[in-house]
Design a protein around this ligand. Structure first.
Ligand SMILES: [Zn+2]
Length: 282
């Protein structure tokens, strides 16, 4: 079994525009067209049994539609392999009701994205959401580190993540991108070993340039295999979740990268599905 803990899809009518916009700001290639159908085809090709969808609410008003769609998606998870988390914006004042409704409807977690949502992760509005999600026994997954589309923006820097962790001590928190995209040194020093899960999304493979754009190999280099292995083992392989950030990475390529990472077979099984199955209670 393989579970991809970090994927994205968009409603059919919006996917084309959303993907074009994100590919332009990140200069990163999309491997898929952003639809759920393309993701399911990719899962079949890569041998992925379940993909966790992580919708991002960029305007407060979107949460209702996004969360209705998430609940609907989860009615068909057994057939589709798609498990959707909910979304919430730090400016949603009715966060308690939103989280309770998601939890009552069996949604297992919420995604937050400080850079897209333009609020720092140690802001009281996020702290309240993370605390309330914990009370509802929900998983919170946050973007961590820099974002490829917003160079230098420090809404989810390592220092801010440390302050958030010290303030709320969340029970089921996942930091995407191995704890902090494009700040691997700081993460290895200060986040590894803390009481969080780390996902592997967008960390292990070089970023491919979107057509018509240029990326030099020195720009945002991926984690080296040595550093990845060191981080996984120091953090504990039982707290690492396989994630791809599909459509921004290839699922098949990422499965191969884990198989080829130097992790031993038991560690690979834990990372590729065992840890996620436990966290999701599958
Ligand atoms: Zn992502």
């Amino acid at each position: 079994m393989i579970i991809d803990f970090h994927t994205h899809s968009f409603p059919e009518a919006l996917a084309g525009r959303a993907i074009d916009r994100l590919a332009a700001s990140s200069r990163a290639r999309n491997y898929l067209d952003g639809t759920a159908g393309a993701l399911r085809a990719s899962m079949r090709e890569a041998g992925v049994d379940y993909s966790v969808l992580l919708p991002v609410v960029t305007r407060t008003g979107q949460q209702e539609d996004i969360n209705r769609a998430a609940i609907e998606t989860n009615r068909h998870s057994a057939q589709t392999g798609l498990i959707s988390f909910g979304g919430i914006h730090p400016e949603n004042g009715d966060y308690r009701e939103i989280l309770r409704r998601l939890s009552e409807n069996g949604v297992k977690g919420v995604k937050i994205h400080p850079v897209f949502q333009r609020v720092a992760i140690d802001d009281i509005r996020y702290l309240r959401i993370i605390e309330c999600a914990s009370e509802n026994d929900m998983i919170v997954i946050t973007h961590a580190g820099y974002d490829i589309g917003f160079p230098g923006d420090d809404f989810s820097s390592v220092g801010r993540i440390e302050r958030m962790l010290d303030a709320v001590k969340p029970k089921k928190l996942v930091l995407a991108h191995m704890g902090g995209w494009d700040c691997w040194e700081e993460v290895e020093e200060r986040i590894v070993g803390r009481d969080v899960w780390l996902d592997t999304a967008f960390s292990l493979l070089p970023i491919e340039a979107a057509p018509g754009t240029v990326r030099s190999p020195q720009e945002n280099p991926p984690l080296s295999r040595e550093q990845f292995l060191r981080m996984v083992r120091r953090h504990g392989a039982e707290r690492i979740l396989f994630g791809t950030d599909s459509p921004w990475s290839g699922q098949r390529q990422m499965v191969e990268a884990i198989r080829d990472s130097g992790l031993d077979p038991e560690e690979q099984e834990a990372v590729l599905w065992g840890n996620a199955a436990g966290l999701l209670r599958l």
